[in-house]
Design a protein around this ligand. Structure first.
Ligand code: GLY
Length: 388
């Protein structure tokens, strides 16, 4: 572990969500003195997210490049989870349970058939099942389920435990936490030099990483042409509890597209059942609405009528940091010394391992690994290409 300069470090990470934390943890492992700015490290979208690691079942047309990054990160998860649990002394709820994507009517089934064909063309493992085969795997499924895709490689992790473990691992590794809000980026001599915090302190650093989730697009002091094109996309999520008498209610993640909306049910080993998620362009609003809860329960009930018996323990809304092409922004900006690790949209939890590795390589060696290069922020400002 390197000694910190007074109020200064090699790397300052603005944003202590899972992406900022994994960047800080991995950077510290590379021997870089690292600090994180966040009023509540470990908070943010991870406190709401369900934690599906859905590289295969969340494949979308036109996102084949992102698929490479998603698959690379999914492959890292088992070793990443083991290493983080050892480093933090905390479990993160990684569960290699697989996923079943089901169809409720003929339109859903046609949609799922298309997805299956795309998965096969992309070389991904996915098996078509009849409705009866789906119910044999998951007996609580509605009798009307018409078919489904069994994807044994799409697992889950508990994002709250992941975030807590990353905070602990960072603390043990010597990361310095400034538990303050970053008011603005400091720029000195045309170079990012640190941040000005809400209490007036001004930590300085040789390199700054902006990893503030959906807030990344509005940090004062970042030049206009460098601000990441990231916007908040609201997701409402419900948490239910499966009493021991009902267990096992579900043995794997079950998901569907119902009337065009995604719904998924993620069963944790501790009995929590997470139902998500709405996807709403509502700016910074994080209100839980009657309509959002109604739609999630209605769609989940169509999949699994038995959920109405379960206690509803929590409703929450969070903000996904979305970019124009739904893929993250990783790497240098046109402002020397300022890097981005943001815009992970629906894949922040999945992309945590690969983001940490990529950003640490950039910070320590000056370039991104091959797998992360397509995600350079320069793709949104072609007039000013930036070397990665
Ligand atoms: N990846 C799930 C979601 O963003 O809702």
């Amino acid at each position: 572990m390197r000694m910190h300069r007074t109020n200064g470090s090699d790397v300052l990470v603005i944003g202590g969500g899972i992406i900022g934390l994994v960047t800080a943890w991995r950077a510290t492992q590379r021997g870089l003195a690292t600090a994180v700015v966040d009023p509540a490290p470990g908070g943010g979208a991870a406190q709401v997210a369900a934690g599906m690691l859905a590289a295969v079942t969340e494949l979308h047309y036109g996102e084949e490049t992102l698929l490479g990054l998603n698959v690379a990160s999914a492959a890292r998860y088992p070793a990443f989870a083991a290493e983080l649990e050892a480093a933090s002394g905390q479990e993160i709820g990684f569960r290699a349970c697989g996923t079943l994507a089901v169809a409720l009517d003929a339109d859903d089934r046609a949609h799922l058939r298309e997805l299956h064909a795309l998965q096969r063309r992309s070389g991904l493992d996915s098996e078509w099942l009849t409705g009866r085969e789906c119910r044999r795997l998951e007996p609580m499924l509605a009798p009307g389920v018409r078919g489904g895709l069994r994807v044994d490689g799409d697992h889950q992790v508990d994002p709250r435990r992941l975030a807590a473990a990353l905070v602990a691992a960072c603390e043990r590794a010597g990361v310095v936490f400034h538990r303050q809000r970053a008011e603005r980026l400091s720029v000195t001599g045309g170079r990012a030099a640190g941040a000005v915090l809400a209490d007036g302190t001004q930590p300085v650093a040789d390199q700054v990483v902006l990893a503030a989730g959906s807030l990344s697009g509005r940090l004062a002091g970042v030049p206009e042409h460098v601000l990441p094109p990231v916007r908040p996309v609201k997701g409402q999520v419900l948490r239910l509890a499966v009493p021991p008498a009902y267990a096992p209610f579900l043995s794997r993640t079950v998901r569907a597209v119902v009337r065009g909306s995604h719904v998924y049910l993620v069963p944790r080993e501790n009995g929590e059942l997470v139902i998500g998620a709405t996807s709403e362009e509502m700016g910074w609003d994080t209100t839980v609405t009657a309509g959002g809860v109604y739609e999630l329960l209605r769609d989940a009930h169509e999949l699994m009528p038995g959920i109405t018996e379960l206690p509803l323990t929590e409703t929450l809304a969070g903000l996904r940091p979305a970019s124009p092409d739904n893929a993250p922004l990783l790497g240098r900006t046109a402002l020397p010394g300022l890097h981005l690790a943001t815009g992970h949209h629906r894949n922040g939890v999945l992309l945590t391992p690969v983001t940490g590795d990529a950003m640490a390589q950039l910070l320590a060696e000056g370039d991104l690994p091959e797998v992360a290069r397509p995600f350079s922020p320069g793709r949104f400002s072609p007039a000013a290409p930036v070397r990665q």
